[in-house]
Design a protein around this ligand. Structure first.
Ligand SMILES: CC(=O)SCCNC(=O)CCNC(=O)[C@H](O)C(C)(C)COP(=O)(O)OP(=O)(O)OC[C@H]1O[C@@H](n2cnc3c(N)ncnc32)[C@H](O)[C@@H]1OP(=O)(O)O
Ligand SMILES: O=C([O-])CC(=O)C(=O)O
Length: 371
């Protein structure tokens, strides 16, 4: 049996949800550039789950459903007070809380299409609430209830800070959510599909996916990019810091991709936003440092930036704490996970590949006292 390390190039599923062909990303046939410029996140969620854009009344209904389901059971919020919240990583907390949400959902084990759709809405709606509640409780503040008349993007920023975001902040965050929503068979989405292909429930699939997204080679890279920018500290230090890493053959977070060769089409949108938002919040140096790093990596390694690189300075400019960057990714990507879970259920077969055995040959058991 031949193996393909990391399953590179292996086609492991058919999907109608998103595609990456010749470095062009589409959701259900719509170019990501078009969606980033024009679509609301709620429209994209509908698109991914129904494989078509909503009509006005359908969009209004979905917005209403999401708004109605944003509140989480008090017991889930109380759970944040049962451990040292300052000592845990928010992605670990999110992984646990999504699993916990299942225990308060009477639909959790019901496998009908209707129950799965209700779970989809609840998961999408509540991810924003739990991430923002975690952040507030950690800061010693009370969680803020969502406002039903705000968009999903605005509600997230409102629940986080207590302030209704400025239009430019809402627009930028909406765009970031749109750009992160789905990405073909990335590691976390594949994880979700593998999990539910056993006919396990949607909460299990999303919990597993959060675990996969957490790693620094995947969604966790955005936090690592910010850590690097903070360590560098000023534009004068960029060259020596990056050169040192390259000379030591260390990976630079936010660069490279398994599928894209010329570049990640999402990065330019985030780069533009980073330029605008860092100017507005008075810290343009963060953008300038990012550009300098980018130019060095492209020149020396020929590696383009991926979605995580410029998203770091965007989220920082929006006032989001650095260890919440990956949870923010999850708040968007849950839409894609759910779409893939629904697609997997609709045409399921257990996912069970083979491994090539490379261990010792046949051995005979030796009792412990004789070893
Ligand atoms: C949302 C997302 O998940 S986007 C990806 C987020 N992850 C990151 O930004 C982490 C940094 N990037 C990486 O680690 C990789 O580029 C990945 C994991 C994204 C893709 O990895 P793979 O396709 O498995 O490529 P792999 O890790 O084998 O790298 C191939 C070569 O490019 C080099 N390379 C890849 N990415 C980088 C990087 N960011 N910095 C420096 N060198 C790199 C590797 O060192 C390797 O070099 P070698 O052949 O001389 O050993
Ligand atoms: O597709 C991948 O491998 C990772 C990625 O960019 C994403 O999940 O958005």
């Amino acid at each position: 049996m031949a193996t393909t390390k990391g399953l590179e190039g292996v086609v492991a599923a058919e999907t109608k949800i998103s595609s990456i062909i010749d470095d062009t990303l589409t959701y259900v046939g719509y170019n990501i550039d078009d969606l980033a410029e024009n679509a609301s996140f709620e429209e994209v969620v509908y698109l991914l789950w129904h494989t078509r854009l909503p009509k006005a009344d359908e969009l209004a209904e979905m917005k209403q459903q999401l708004a109605d389901q944003m509140e989480v059971p008090q017991a889930v919020l109380d759970h944040f007070k049962t451990y040292d919240i300052k000592a845990v990583h928010p992605m670990a907390a999110l992984r646990t809380v999504v699993s916990l949400l299942a225990l308060y959902d009477e639909d959790a084990e019901v496998m009908s299409d209707e129950a799965n759709y209700r779970k989809a809405i609840k998961l999408q709606a509540r991810m924003a609430t739990v991430v923002t509640a975690f952040a507030r409780i950690r800061a010693g503040k009370e969680p803020i209830a969502p406002k039903k008349d705000l968009s999903y993007a605005a509600n997230f920023l409102y629940m986080l800070s207590g302030n209704i975001p400025e239009p430019i902040e809402e627009e930028a965050f909406n765009k970031a959510l749109v750009l992160h929503a789905d990405h073909e068979l990335n590691a976390s989405t594949f994880t979700a599909r593998v999990c539910v292909a056993t006919l396990s429930d949607m909460y299990s699939g999303v919990t597993a996916a959060i675990g996969a997204l957490k790693g620094p080679l995947h969604g966790g890279a955005n936090e690592q990019v910010m850590k690097m920018l903070s360590e560098i500290g000023s534009i004068d230090n960029v060259e020596s810091y990056i050169q040192n890493k390259l000379d030591n053959k260390e990976k630079i977070m936010g660069f490279g991709h398994r599928v894209y060769r010329q570049g990640d089409p999402r990065a330019k949108h985030l780069r533009d936003m980073s330029e605008k938002l860092t100017k507005l919040n008075g810290n343009p140096e963060l953008y300038e440092m990012s550009v300098k790093i980018h130019d060095m990596i492209v020149e020396q390694k020929h590696l383009p930036a991926n979605v995580d690189f410029f998203s770091a300075s965007v989220y920082d400019a929006l006032g989001i704490e650095h260890d919440l960057f990956t949870p923010v990714f999850a708040v968007s990507r849950v839409s894609g996970w759910v779409a893939h879970i629904l697609e997997q259920y609709a045409n399921n077969r257990l996912i069970r590949p083979r491994a090539e055995y490379v261990g010792p040959g046949m051995q005979t058991y030796v009792p412990v006292e004789e070893r």
